[in-house]
Design a protein around this ligand. Structure first.
Ligand SMILES: *Cc1c(COP(=O)(O)O)cnc(C)c1O
Length: 387
């Protein structure tokens, strides 16, 4: 059978359950179509329970949640915010929305997340230059927990608040505690490609009732307590609609299931790709105490062998194109921020680790609705491309 005869296998498509429509129906029946309503309240309660935090504000995107999170930490024009270079652009854009400058830091090889050694270097160097970083935007990439013990200790030593970008890490834990609950503020995304989705959406979580109240206020145009429309501060229109929150309620029922399936898919690839030359599922091991939701299974190609100059080196792009001929979607890893034209001027500490990951890595289809026969098709395509 030719490849085009197959249905397309997407990277990480939405995977709905049986109850989303019930919540949406109810919202329409009851005419709760305005942003705030019972689904929104219920969705926020579901997220609080899953993330182990007392306060949640559901928003219309993870990016909006990052923007508000930075504002809550007092980030403003002229400030510097520490941030891994290896992330999705939304993380760094949120810093720019505040008029602040991202200070990029390289990854560590073990988790691909911000390197604690480089992070210390960066903080000490910024302090020497007279700029105390206003915040650390900590990302858990592809669901893998960052080194929370060392990073938490650094943040405490230098008194720098953490904003956790757990957009890709809903359901991941560190020492049994959910990611998103470690920082002063945490952020989740419910974008269409994430582990759970509301088609588009996000959430901000915190242990601090004052910060939660301020997030709600800023997200709804910063209205003063007056019977008319009075405003003393710039506000935003960032609330999630009660309709989309209905999808979110149905999705939240499935979180444990979806994490289990993503992890199964990761292990399936690990087993079935183990014999392929020059390719490995990575990052392979979770650090002690860390549990990754394995949002996306990612692979790394071995570095080109200088002793074997004849072998045409496979690259992420040759693999991607080979998968494409079988109607299988795959994607390069995030291109590091310090290599983006947009952030060419931003300070960067290290950079070789994440640049190398970008040069050698690829994201494989990881959606929870994938069947074993879909997975076999991906594995066969990879085997053929590497032969
Ligand atoms: C998806 C994502 C975001 C942004 O979330 P949206 O809901 O798409 O705005 C932020 N950071 C990371 C690391 C992401 O993967």
């Amino acid at each position: 059978m030719r490849s085009q005869d197959h249905d397309r296998i997407f990277l990480s498509p939405p995977h709905l359950g049986r109850h989303e429509l019930n919540y949406v129906h109810k919202a329409i029946e009851d005419n709760w179509v305005a942003p705030v309503g019972p689904n929104l309240v219920g969705f926020e309660a579901d997220i609080c329970a899953a993330a182990g935090v007392p306060f949640c504000v559901a928003l219309n995107s993870g990016t909006a949640a990052l923007h508000l999170g930075l504002l809550l930490l007092g980030v403003g024009p002229g400030d510097e915010v520490l941030c891994p270079s290896f992330t999705f652009v939304a993380t760094a854009n949120a810093i720019r929305y505040c008029g602040a400058t991202p200070v990029f830091v390289d990854s560590e090889a073990a988790t691909w997340n911000i390197c604690p050694v480089r992070l210390r270097e960066a903080i000490e160097d910024r302090l020497r230059r007279g700029h105390k970083p206003r915040a650390l935007l900590l990302v858990h990439l592809y669901g893998m927990p960052a080194q929370l013990a060392e990073i938490g200790a650094l943040a405490e030593e230098f008194d720098i608040p953490i904003l956790e970008d757990a957009a890709e890490a809903l359901g991941s834990t560190w020492q049994q505690q959910p990611l998103g609950s470690f920082g002063r503020v945490g952020v989740f995304s419910f974008n269409g490609n994430k582990i759970l989705t509301t088609s588009g959406g996000g959430a901000l979580v915190t242990h601090d009732p004052t910060l939660a109240a301020r997030a709600r206020y800023l997200a709804t145009q910063a209205k003063d307590a007056a019977p008319y429309y009075q405003h003393s501060e710039v506000g935003y229109n960032y609330r999630l609609s009660n309709i989309l929150a209905g999808i979110g309620r149905g999705q939240m029922e499935l979180l444990a299931d979806r994490v289990k399936r993503r992890r199964e898919i990761f292990r399936w690839y690990q087993g079935h790709l183990a014999a392929l030359p020059g390719l490995a599922v990575a990052p392979a091991a979770e650090p002690p105490g860390a549990l990754s939701n394995r949002w996306l299974t990612t692979v790394l190609l071995a570095p080109p062998d200088p002793a074997d100059a004849d072998a045409p080196p496979a690259t992420p792009e040759t693999l991607r194109l080979a998968l494409e001929t079988r109607n299988v979607e795959s994607r390069p890893l995030w291109k590091p921020m310090h290599l983006q034209p947009l952030f060419a001027e931003a300070p960067m500490y290290g950079g070789a680790v994440c640049a190398d990951l970008f040069a050698r890595g690829l994201c494989l289809p990881s959606g929870t609705a994938l069947t074993d026969s879909d997975l076999r098709r991906v594995a066969e395509a990879l085997a053929e491309a590497l032969r």
